[in-house]
Design a protein around this ligand. Structure first.
Ligand code: ADP
Length: 253
């Protein structure tokens, strides 16, 4: 029996007359990687920002690790990690300086080297953030979610714009974080990523959740309806070719 760490019941969010989130309910289990997928405008960010206590809701109930979002938002803030916008990484500060700045915001003392080690950036501790590659920047951004040693982290399209090697490297990092006991909620537009990474996914469209299950189950169910891909699938993909030719080693180490 899985333990529920986030429970969302009948969540509604209206912007004026527009219903962005229409009475959705779902649970996230402790220790899983939970994907929230859907086309742009589906209501994903709105839903996540409400759970992150950054936006108000119009209706419904949300419990995060036993804490009621209406009564204990500050307690919830203490146990979640939200990715900071990379635009907040002052380009002239070193990674160590940025961590001490961010940990000050959380009122936490943090061992910067230990944190950087977790995301394999300890050798960049004295580098300025402007000197990081795209993949390193994303890894650093994931490190910032771990500053307060959270039970749950929220990752918003963490691999957008990365090369295939850096994406795989980030998947490994996200799995490691989950394996260390942190629940991960992730949004992505890459379906291969969701299939590889997520234990369960919710697919949102036009403010409602249209399907919630494991990727495997969803695929099996579609196949059971008689669905076939229009083209014979080859035994390898172009991404396999790319990784085969260029190797899976990160280039920006
Ligand atoms: P997603 O993250 O799935 O792309 P959003 O939650 O950002 O979707 O947006 C859902 C819908 O709500 C969109 O139609 C968007 O235009 C609208 N919306 C989002 N934020 C606001 C806002 N602050 N004011 C008015 N409408 C908004």
């Amino acid at each position: 029996m899985q333990k529920t760490i986030i429970s969302v019941k009948n969540l509604v969010k209206n912007y004026g007359n527009f219903e962005a989130v229409k009475d959705i309910s779902f649970d996230v289990y402790e220790g899983e990687i939970f994907g929230l997928l859907g086309p742009n405008g589906a209501g994903k960010s709105t839903t996540l920002e409400i759970i992150e206590t950054l936006r108000s809701k119009s209706g419904g109930e949300i419990i995060v690790d036993g804490l009621d979002i209406d009564k204990q938002p500050d307690e919830i803030k203490k146990i979640i990690g939200v990715q900071l916008q990379t635009s907040g990484f002052y380009p002239g500060l070193t990674l160590t300086e940025l961590i001490s700045l961010f940990s000050g915001l959380y009122n936490k003392k943090v061992d910067a080297m230990e944190l950087l080690k977790k995301v394999n950036l300890d050798d960049k501790a004295k580098n300025k953030s402007k000197e990081l590659s795209g993949g390193q920047r994303q890894r650093f951004s994931i490190a910032t979610t771990l500053i307060n040693n959270p039970k749950i982290i929220f990752l918003d399209e963490p691999t957008t714009g990365l090369d295939p090697q850096a994406r795989r490297n980030l998947w490994e990092l996200i799995r490691e974080i989950r394996n260390n006991g942190t629940t991960v909620i992730i949004t992505t537009h890459y379906m291969d990523e969701a299939e590889q990474l997520c234990d369960r996914i919710a697919i949102m469209d036009k403010g409602t959740i249209i399907r919630l299950d494991s990727p495997d189950k969803m695929i099996d169910e579609l196949v059971a309806t008689g669905f076939e891909r229009p083209k014979q699938v080859k035994a390898a993909s172009l991404e396999d070719v790319f990784i085969h030719l260029t190797g899976d080693k990160m280039r920006d180490e």
